[in-house]
Design a protein around this ligand. Structure first.
Ligand code: V55
Ligand code: FE
Length: 486
């Protein structure tokens, strides 16, 4: 992926498109908001080899009502964005390094002030948040998309950081969330929280990990919380030396910490495994004495822009993600667990989702994107930018171990897929696959809607933007009832 050319070139403008052009039809009853967060460089990065995870946050929304769709996109007005605008240049250096900044904005004891809020969105108690794992949530007005600033849950949320992947228990409505490096850069503190549906912090548990690592995502079940710990490591010396936050140490074992949702720090139990990276999870559940975790997992450094501790070169084949199932036996007396590769022949994009009405409960279907090399590619109209297109969404049946696919077209690269249930009472997997696609031939963004039960039938509808919108990191769907602002 190039940061400066083609589909990823900075775009920079805010946009409002009432009544987008639609091809096909938007299904009846698909009313709500598809809210995306990602990044764009308001100013070029200070270091050419910096991570794209340093891009300034940008929030966009496709609002669906009665078959029509409106689009709106805005910068997230972080302190960092404002400071750069005021100076009219890039003041911030390497990814998540508070020591590597212009002196005018150096405040190493308050590193969260450097956040770009560019990773994901979540709603709790009617508040919409833009999230980045290095800072508290940034509240966004869901109607105007204006930035309201940090939210700290009435002062009861005490971690300096908040994950971009909180989990909402679909039965209780509680948000289970955490922050790592909770007491400052490179600190080995994880604060685990339960926040109720009214926005009150009802539980805080302070934990230590086996070592300081990137805990980008985690998983919950009805009863447990699971933390993956793996080889992206950091320390204060490397930050003080002005380096990028993470480097990859392939000699580190992976660990999985499991703690009861109502447990204390002493109840945290560790399982130990081989070199792995678990950036995102699909889902997890507790079945008797077993805890099952489904996730795409890597065996080597997932991201080329985070260097190897031993100087190795990044290898795209070794860094492919395969869908795995881990089974932890809470009755066992050692650190081992079972690992199965469910689809051994299919490398997938590590942006997996499930039907969120079943978070923490056993799910049969998982959704993620992949490249199907047997499908047509229109090289003539593609241009030079795109090499291997993520051209398909997979509906993975984790029970039968079969997969059905949606193919987006010969010039399309798909971004993260999202599952939207057909209606509140629909059974698991009955609904829509939606997500944005980069159409390289027209250099424009399209939102595709496909039937999750008939993915091979192709898109039932497409929303066409007349321009290339910046590429998202994550997006979520909120029905009108969930967002409750219209
Ligand atoms: C990830 C993304 C981030 C980040 C840390 O995909 C990890 C993983 C978009 O920002 O800051
Ligand atoms: Fe993520």
């Amino acid at each position: 992926m190039s940061q400066t050319s083609d589909f990823f070139a900075p775009q920079g403008f805010e946009a409002e498109v009432p009544r987008c052009q639609i091809e096909g039809t938007i299904p009846d009853g698909l009313n709500g908001a598809f809210i995306r967060v990602g990044g764009d460089w308001a100013y070029p990065p200070a270091h050419k080899d910096d991570s794209p995870f340093s891009q300034d946050g940008y929030v966009s929304r496709f609002r669906f009502r009665n078959g029509r769709v409106d689009y709106k996109g805005r910068w997230i007005d972080t302190e960092r964005y404002r400071n750069n605008r005021a100076a009219d240049r890039q003041l911030y250096g390497y990814y998540r390094n508070p020591f590597d900044t212009d002196p005018s904005v150096r405040h190493v004891d308050e590193p969260w002030r450097n956040t770009v809020a560019n990773t994901n969105v979540e709603v709790n108690a009617g508040r919409l948040f833009a999230l980045k794992e290095d800072a508290p949530p940034t509240q966004i007005d869901p109607v105007t998309l204006e930035t309201r600033g940090f939210h700290n849950f009435g002062g009861r949320y005490r971690s300096q950081t908040f994950t971009a992947h909180p989990k909402v228990d679909p039965v209780t409505g509680e948000m289970v969330t955490f922050g790592y490096e909770a007491t400052g850069p490179a600190t080995n503190d994880v604060f685990l929280y339960t926040i109720d549906r009214a926005g009150a912090v009802t539980r805080e548990t302070r934990l230590k990990m086996p070592y300081v690592s990137m805990i980008h995502d985690f998983a919950i079940t009805e009863k447990h919380v699971i933390f993956p710990v793996f080889g992206y490591v950091t320390d204060l010396e490397r930050l003080k030396a002005g380096k990028i936050h993470w480097h990859w140490d392939g000699t580190r074992p992976s660990y999985y910490g499991i703690i009861p949702r109502d447990g204390e720090a002493k109840d945290l139990r560790w399982f130990k495994g081989p070199t792995r990276a678990v950036i995102h999870t699909f889902n997890a559940w507790t079945a008797g004495d077993k805890v099952i975790l489904d996730a795409p997992m890597f065996e080597d450094n997932p991201f080329p822009f985070f260097p190897f501790a031993d100087g190795s070169r990044w290898d795209p084949f070794k860094s492919r993600a395969l869908i795995r199932r881990l089974t932890f036996d809470l009755n066992s007396s050692d650190e081992s667990f079972r690992e199965e590769v469910l689809f051994p022949d299919l490398a997938v994009v590590d942006l997996g989702r499930v039907d969120e009405r079943f978070v923490g409960r056993e799910t049969r279907y998982a959704y993620t994107s992949f490249n199907d090399p047997t499908k047509p590619v229109d090289r003539d109209r593609l241009g030079t930018g795109a090499r291997r297109l993520t051209n398909s969404y997979g509906v993975f049946d984790m029970k039968d171990r079969t997969m059905r696919a949606f193919y987006a077209g010969p010039t399309h690269a798909l971004q993260e897929v999202t599952f939207v249930p057909r209606h509140d009472q629909a059974e698991e997997g009955d609904g829509w696959l939606i997500g944005t696609a980069s159409n390289y031939a027209e250099m424009r963004t399209e939102l595709v809607v496909a039937d999750a039960r008939h993915p091979e039938d192709g898109a039932v509808g497409r929303v066409i933007l007349p321009f290339r919108a910046n590429v998202q990191v994550h997006a979520r769907w909120y029905s009108d009832a969930q967002l409750n602002v219209w």
